[in-house]
Write a protein that binds this ligand. Structure first.
Ligand code: ATP
Ligand code: MG
Length: 690
């Protein structure tokens, strides 16, 4: 079969129509998981393969860094390297760096990553509140105004028309906005929206620049087009300069940035703006099981007619899978511990950690889940693979590796040679706990594992070969897979997919978020966000929430209204059998420390049966034997060690020295399955006969 036929083979007839349409306007309007991103990446690859476009002349844009990374990975897989796939902002930044010095005769101003300080100063000068919530609200309002192409003077009218809830009186906001812009220009810095504004202005005002740009880029593709803002649309229009070689794909039901100015009308009206466009609608959902798809359809349908603007119902194409789970807990710590157990269980069943994601509404929610995963010794990562090669530790590691690769040859196998070099820049044997140190370690470890992979496929591979592989990947922005559960906000998860998705913290106030509860349009957007979350799952989907924040805090929270009618037992829909709670909810009475009787709070404490402050009375020698036994078993079963038993369970065994099955089963973390698989081994180790 020719490459060309192979490229078209994995597409259904509608997808194929969009992929093979001649250069010119194409619009794919379809629901989640129907293959929109697949269609555009195949379309690009197809055009490239047939020689209809040069890869360097294609510009593909999307909205989040992670989604752009996903697009690059897929393009690379299809042999379409060399195509620019970026966020709007990154593409604009790149263009400004090139054109700004030429047009303005000076270096590009630097970028302020966070406008908070500038906004706070401007607010302070006007005597407005400078507490951090107030400043954050003002900053978001500035962002909305700029994304909506509003100048300070035009803000009050437009804001009133849109029913914006301005954080301060509009006249004060106008002065704040002006003050902010003045201060920013005086400091010669740019904010994120300026990248787009200046790109548009530069191309609009300078015909030579526009001409040069348009000669360079001829084919444009926009993924997630439902989330385009007026400002981004203006940039797209100047890029095109009246040409129509534009493919857009999107799903109005996934509009989740209208709070920031996104407007799905450009997507919906595309066929009218380009009457010659090839318009394709897709309904087959290739991503998720019928169980997940069914839930997604119900989430959208429950939003009423206003929400189903595409009028499509998804039809699941994959084989059946498990029913989505709904789990209710008394407090957040219990919810997080339950999450960690569910993750470990799936890992035990063979689902790789990199194929699992924990998604929440806002980043501030992540901490409690991070803590539970860390306690259960389950690796996780918060930053995605995007910009992996730009990280400081990765850049340092690469230069160290390059130096080593240029040095004298050593008779050593690649994995140990690479680890030796990485040790010089901070790679330690085990992961440090918590925060940035842990993230740095994970990047370095990913580099080490890449060496393992390369060595496994090619035992002859040496350091120069490995460094060359890294360079290729860096050029294609193709980061190594990081072993670990992904933790991300729902917004950051857009466009991505995992085998298992855990939607956590689903209570009123979080989803819909507090400040969105006032009006119907904001609640509708929150519901779409829930739909985005549900549709990220290929097979396993688990939804959870906690009825109070802290322990013994009383039940002050209600499950998200979006759960009503989806899970029995949720959101006041307790129709008889409370499936939501059974089994996981409320573990009998609170566990207490066996040494000082204090109430135990964390998962690790419950396992060892004593609080973290009480001294361990473990049999050190037994612990050592248990550890080496675990290492061996994990190796045989090809699972990470914590899947056999986490450290805290081993410690509990070494402390309590159970001599029979009953005593062993009493130890938290030793369930029926573990007892059956490992019970005999552990007991013989304890009884000293191993
Ligand atoms: P979203 O709206 O969430 O961004 P999408 O419409 O972009 O979703 P894709 O990510 O392109 O959907 O596709 C979803 C999954 O289905 C991917 O794993 C993709 O490879 C697979 N898929 C899409 N089309 C087909 C097909 N015709 N045959 C087999 N698998 C497919
Ligand atoms: Mg997509």
């Amino acid at each position: 079969m020719t490459d060309r036929a192979r490229l078209l083979e994995g597409l259904d007839p509608q997808q194929r129509a969009a992929v093979t349409a001649p250069r010119g306007p194409v619009c794919v309007l379809a629901g989640a998981g129907t293959g929109k991103t697949r269609t555009i990446t195949h379309r690009i690859a197809h055009l490239v393969q047939r020689g209809l476009v040069v890869p360097q002349q294609v510009l593909a844009v999307t909205f989040t860094a992670r989604a752009a990374g996903e697009m690059r990975t897929r393009l690379r897989g299809l042999g379409a390297d060399g195509v620019q796939a970026q966020t709007f902002h990154a593409a604009a930044f790149r263009q400004l760096r090139y054109f700004w010095p030429r047009v303005l005769g000076e270096e590009l101003w630097s970028l302020v990553e966070h406008k908070f300080r500038l906004v706070a100063q401007a607010a302070g000068r006007l005597g407005l509140s400078t507490d951090s919530d107030a400043v954050r609200d003002l900053a978001s309002e500035i962002e909305w105004a700029k994304a909506s192409l509003l100048t300070p003077e035009r803000y009050p009218d437009a804001a009133a028309r849109r029913g914006r809830d301005c954080p301060v009186p509009p006249e004060s906001f106008v002065r704040l906005f002006e003050g902010y812009e003045r201060a920013k220009n005086a400091a010669k810095v740019l904010d994120f929206d300026d990248l787009l504004l200046h790109t548009a202005a530069l191309l609009e005002d300078s015909p030579e620049v526009a001409e040069e740009f348009r000669a360079r880029y001829r084919t444009f593709v926009v993924d997630e087009y439902q989330d385009v803002t007026p400002l981004q649309q203006r940039v797209l229009d100047v890029w095109l300069g009246g040409r129509d070689d534009l493919t857009v794909v999107g799903d109005a039901n996934q509009t989740i940035y209208s709070f920031a100015g996104a407007e799905p009308r450009w997507l919906v009206e595309f066929p009218r703006r380009y009457p010659k466009a090839e318009v394709v609608r897709l309904e087959r959902d290739y991503r998720s099981t019928p169980q997940v798809v069914g839930l997604a359809n119900r989430v959208i349908a429950a939003g009423g007619a206003a929400d189903t603007s595409t009028g499509l119902t998804l039809v699941g194409q994959r084989p059946d899978g498990p029913a989505p789970g709904f789990e209710e807990y008394d407090n957040e710590a219990a919810e997080a511990a339950g999450l960690a157990r569910a993750v470990a269980r799936l890992a035990g069943e063979g689902v790789p950690l990199s194929e699992m994601a924990v998604l929440y509404r806002i980043n501030a929610q992540s901490e409690v889940y991070e803590q539970a995963l860390a306690e259960a010794e389950i690796p996780y990562q918060i930053r995605g693979g995007e910009r992996f090669f730009a990280r400081t530790e990765v850049r340092r590691a690469m230069s160290a590796l390059r130096v080593a690769a240029n040095g004298a040859r050593r008779e050593e196998e690649l994995p140990s040679r690479v680890r030796e070099v990485l040790a010089e820049v901070g790679l330690t044997g085990t992961a440090p706990t918590g925060g940035t140190a842990r993230e740095r370690w994970q990047s370095l470890n990913a580099l080490a594992e890449l060496a393992d992979e390369l060595f496994a496929t090619d035992p002859e591979a040496d350091l120069p070969r490995y460094v060359a592989e890294l360079d290729t990947r860096a050029a294609a922005q193709h980061p190594p897979t990081m072993e670990g559960v992904t933790l991300a906000s729902l917004h950051a998860a857009k466009g991505l997919e995992w085998d298992a998705v855990f939607l956590v913290g689903l209570v009123e106030g979080a989803l819909p978020i507090q400040h969105a509860q006032g009006d119907e349009t904001s609640v509708a957007e929150e519901r779409r966000l829930f739909y985005v979350g549900v549709t990220r799952a290929r097979r396993h989907l688990r939804v959870s929430w906690a009825l109070s924040r802290g322990q013994g805090g009383g039940r002050r929270r209600r499950p998200s209204r979006f759960l009503a009618g989806l899970a029995s037992g949720a959101a006041g829909h307790g129709r008889g059998g409370n499936r939501a709670g059974s089994g996981t909810r409320r573990r009998s009475a609170a566990a207490r420390c066996r040494l000082c009787s204090a109430e135990l709070t964390s998962e690790a404490e419950t396992r060892t049966g004593r609080c973290a402050d009480c001294p361990s009375d473990a049999d050190e020698e037994l612990l050592t034997r248990l550890r080496s036994w675990r290492r061996e078993r994990a190796r045989q079963l090809r699972v990470p060690a914590y899947v056999v038993f986490p450290d805290s369970t081993l410690l509990a065994i070494a402390e309590r020295r159970p001599t029979d099955t009953e005593a062993l089963a009493d130890i938290s973390g030793v369930g029926a399955t573990k007892l059956e698989r490992f019970g005999a081994d552990v007991l013989s180790l304890v009884n000293g006969s191993a």
